[in-house]
Design a protein around this ligand. Structure first.
Ligand code: OSB
Ligand code: MG
Length: 367
């Protein structure tokens, strides 16, 4: 397959409400959608970088530069396959989110040309996936309880709350008091603690949490193993897992018993599937993380999460969790589940008027 041109659609997607984590408050998503055109067929990939390098070292303006200066020139006019394109970019260290966006667009075009769905290609075994929701840090406990109540009533089958020092034990205790031990609940620290906080974090053990996600720094894999010995709440890694190699290391170091698999963070859906395979072979629980994707990324994540090793509900909520108007047909919650698209490729595409409404500008790259 020859890529004739690449379009970078620079978009700003306004969030319905601010989303606060231990590292930032976000009110919109500022990123790019990558469109490749091959033989008149378009393929799409959503770049999950954020506007700033606070979640990972990548950020949107950097991804645009990398795409323009390094990835596009190595890809345009070359005979490529989704399965081998990563090898063309091997000299480029890191930048996995940018690589994932372009690889996904190529994979989408390739699958559309052959009429195959991404879910089928990846090896999906179910046609819908259980839907969890990620709840940001709130200003007060009553506000947290109200928003969680809304999501429980909407049918979400699992709640994850963001935590940070000063907003951890109390909110968890309050949720247990209000919703009981039956509420499937987990917490995400986004690297806000150090091993010196182990004694404090152990207080979470009495609340029956499904897991604690990424309590320590991203390169503290060994220390997560130490923490795992000190607390009974299962440790799940997000930021630390950037490849199948780091997943294998984290398992060998007993640093995680559950893994959050985010395709963008690990360089794409093919590497994500390798991590899925490693987790499954080692009895490690897995779920599909999210980066507030539009319908494009959400469609692909739902396809991945339909693989049999995804043992826990992921952060794949309905479109209206973050967006008043998605840019594709919206994903809706059906009895706590999200339907896996069955059409060719991602199975969804941007609706031109809706895409235009959020597009700042488009760069066209040709060989
Ligand atoms: O740590 O999982 C995270 C959003 C942006 C950056 C990091 C994270 C998140 C989320 C939201 O938790 C997940 C979603 O898309 O619903
Ligand atoms: Mg996380």
């Amino acid at each position: 397959m020859k890529i004739d041109l690449i379009r970078l659609h620079h978009v700003k997607l306004p969030l319905k409400a601010p989303f606060t984590t231990s590292f930032a408050t976000q009110t919109e998503r500022d990123t790019m959608l990558v469109e490749v055109v091959s033989d008149g067929v378009s393929g799409w990939g959503e770049c999950v970088t954020m506007e700033h390098p606070y979640y990972s070292s990548e950020y949107s303006a950097g991804a645009v530069a990398l795409m323009t200066e390094y990835l596009a020139p190595r890809t345009l006019g070359v005979d490529v396959q989704a399965e081998s394109v990563a090898a063309l970019w091997e000299k480029v260290v890191g930048h996995r989110m940018a690589k994932a966006a372009l690889e996904t667009a190529i994979l989408d075009a390739q699958l559309r040309q052959t009429g195959r769905s991404l879910a089928h290609y990846l090896g999906a075994t179910v046609d819908r996936v259980p839907s969890g929701v990620s709840v940001g840090i709130q200003d007060s406990i009553p506000e947290l309880i109200d928003i969680v109540e809304e999501f429980v009533e909407a049918g979400y089958v699992r709640i994850k709350i963001k935590i940070k020092p000063g907003w951890d034990i109390e909110p968890v205790r309050a949720l247990r008091e209000r919703f009981g031990v039956g509420l499937p609940l987990q917490v995400d620290a986004n690297s806000a603690y150090t091993l010196a906080d182990a004694g404090h974090l152990r207080q979470l053990d009495e609340y029956g949490l499904i897991l604690i996600e990424q309590p320590l720094y991203e390169d503290d894999i060994r220390l997560h193993g130490r923490l795992a010995e000190m607390m009974s709440t299962p440790i799940c890694l997000d930021e630390s897992i950037v490849s199948a190699r780091s997943a294998a290391d984290a398992i060998a170091l007993r640093a995680m018993s559950i893994v959050n698999i985010k395709p963008g963070r690990v360089g794409g859906y093919l590497e994500a599937r390798r991590i899925h395979d490693i987790a499954q072979a080692n009895g490690i629980g897995a779920w599909c993380g999210g980066m507030l994707e539009s319908g494009l990324g959400r469609a692909a994540n739902a396809a991945l999460a339909a693989l049999p090793g995804f043992t826990l509900p992921g952060d794949i909520s309905a479109s209206d969790r973050f967006y008043a108007r998605d840019i594709t047909e919206p994903f809706v919650l059906e009895d706590g589940y999200i339907r896996v698209p069955t059409g060719p490729g991602l199975g969804v595409e941007p609706i031109p008027e809706l895409l235009a409404a959020v597009t700042a500008h488009v760069d066209t790259l040709v060989g």
